[in-house]
Design a protein around this ligand. Structure first.
Ligand code: ZN
Ligand code: ZN
Length: 291
């Protein structure tokens, strides 16, 4: 049976985004029209996250700072999107999900936020799926251009969370559950766009996938930033082929290890035209839908 896919959205994400150009999701959900004609794909609307769930991860001061920042106005619905994307999978309603967001998450630690992020969406979702669904072992793969410092701070002492991040540094914790791989080192010497795409995707395929297999997660988050795309603000010269290759690898390792339980969480990236191209492409792969 082919997978069913939930796409989580809120209209505020199209009007406002905590990003330099602000309107990257302006054409959503219209650009998903063709995909949504297939009955296996469903658009769900994100509710705002309840404050008591935010307080399990962030301090009261943090919430007050976020409330004072007008660029964080979509933060409550953004976390709600990521939590709903996880819950719909764990309730057995959908095989996979793609959570759209207005404000990012991976640069939000317990008591700070920066870099277009407000609340740590993935870590709050982890807390919910642990307390309400009994999920213990979780893998996070972060392919945003920048290091997921907030996420790392919040999960660093937890050996039941595998956190694999492509950024600007190389690091491995002593227990092997916290990994950074430098994209700059890997891409050095790449001669063509297709070689850059292949080398970048190979970090996930060769460095991360074997670790995920060995770790045996019960749920996988892919934190997908397209700021690495050619022309976006974290430009690594990548194009959609890199993200498609990673999407295939993430689908197959989730099928192998945890019955396909994979949620893709949107991270950085500011360009409307790139969003319109790469997000539908990844969603098609999640649902095994042809081009
Ligand atoms: Zn980024
Ligand atoms: Zn990193």
């Amino acid at each position: 049976m082919k997978p069913s896919v939930a796409i989580i959205y809120h209209e505020s994400f199209s009007r406002r985004s905590y990003l330099t150009q602000g309107t990257r999701l302006q054409d959503f959900p219209a650009v998903l029209e063709n995909i949504l004609k297939d009955e296996r794909f469903h658009l769900l609307y994100a509710p705002p996250i309840r404050e008591e769930l935010i307080l399990r991860v962030h301090s009261r001061d943090h919430i007050e700072e976020v409330m004072r920042d007008p660029l964080c106005s979509t933060a409550w619905h953004s976390v709600g999107s990521v939590v709903l994307g996880a819950e719909t999978i764990l309730k057995g309603e959908h095989s996979r999900s793609f959570a759209l967001i207005g404000a990012g998450g991976h640069h939000a630690g317990r008591n700070y936020f920066w870099g277009y992020c407000c609340f740590n969406d993935v870590v709050i979702a982890i807390d919910v799926i642990r307390s309400s669904y009994g999920v213990r072992r979780i893998a996070i793969v972060d392919t945003d251009a920048h290091h997921g410092d907030g996420t790392r701070e919040l999960v660093k002492d937890d050996p039941t969370i595998l956190h694999c991040c492509i950024c600007q540094q190389n690091y491995e914790s002593s227990d092997g559950t916290k990994i950074d791989v430098s994209a700059y080192d890997k891409l050095r010497g790449a001669k063509s766009p297709s070689e850059r795409n292949a080398l970048y995707a190979s970090i996930v395929q060769r460095d991360f996938i074997p670790r995920i297999r060995e770790f045996r997660p019960e749920f996988i988050f892919w934190y997908f930033g397209f700021d690495t795309h050619r022309g976006d603000y974290g430009d690594l010269g990548l194009t959609v082929e890199a993200y498609e290759a990673i999407a295939r690898a993430m689908c197959s390792v989730s099928d192998e290890t945890c019955g396909g339980k994979l949620e893709v969480v949107l991270g950085g990236g500011s360009s409307r035209s790139i969003a319109n191209n790469v997000i539908p492409s990844v969603i098609r792969i999640l649902g095994d839908l042809g081009i």
